[in-house]
Design a protein around this ligand. Structure first.
Ligand code: THU
Length: 172
């Protein structure tokens, strides 16, 4: 397993060399508790039922934990549109709700989805959602929970799912 020393190494060691696979965090790292993950998954599961997805039929729910004093959870679902491009993912719905309430820092997000709200596979955030996460979250400290149920999930860190992203740091 990669220790912290290895994680500090550049993703690509040699020109032309493939970066090592960014795998899920091993459970032993115990970064956020199983209880917290389950709570967030439960909130995300509920939101799948609120999805407005008449075109894809793919319902997604997300639950975003804010790092502020209140440690509030902001939920979201995907909201599709007849013109297609105005549609928004569950994750960004949650971010929009949280940021518009004054939150700027976040700890974790749980995502769950599937056709007709039945999670067959893990639903990983799309590229646009990962970019939005990188706007507000420290990639080394923000956790992404990909769930099929409260008992069945993988825990990732944003830097694993969004390596070498463009972020506010580039403009600083
Ligand atoms: N979707 C999300 O809401 N989040 C994801 O992580 C992946 C995709 C939505 C967008 C669209 O409404 C539907 O799922 C099918 O792509």
């Amino acid at each position: 397993m990669a220790d912290d020393g290895q994680k500090n190494m550049p993703v690509c060691q040699k020109k032309g060399e493939l970066a090592p696979f960014a795998g899920a965090l091993p459970p032993s790292r115990d970064t956020i508790s199983d209880l917290l993950c389950r709570e967030l998954i439960a909130a995300a599961e509920k939101m799948m039922g609120r999805a407005y997805a008449p075109y894809s039929g793919f319902q997604v729910g997300a639950a975003l934990l804010a790092a502020g004093a209140g440690k509030k959870v902001y939920t979201g679902c995907n909201i599709e549109n007849a013109a297609f491009t105005p549609g928004i993912c569950a994750e960004r719905t949650a971010f929009a709700k949280a940021v518009s309430e004054g939150e700027r820092e976040f700890t974790a997000i749980a995502v769950i989805g599937g056709k007709k709200g039945i999670p067959v596979d893990y639903t990983a955030p799309c590229g646009v959602c990962r970019q939005v996460m990188a706007e507000f979250c420290d990639p080394r400290k923000f956790y992404i929970i990909l769930a099929r149920s409260q008992e069945d999930y993988w825990l990732y860190r944003l830097d694993e799912l969004f390596p070498m992203g463009f972020s506010p740091k580039n403009l600083a």
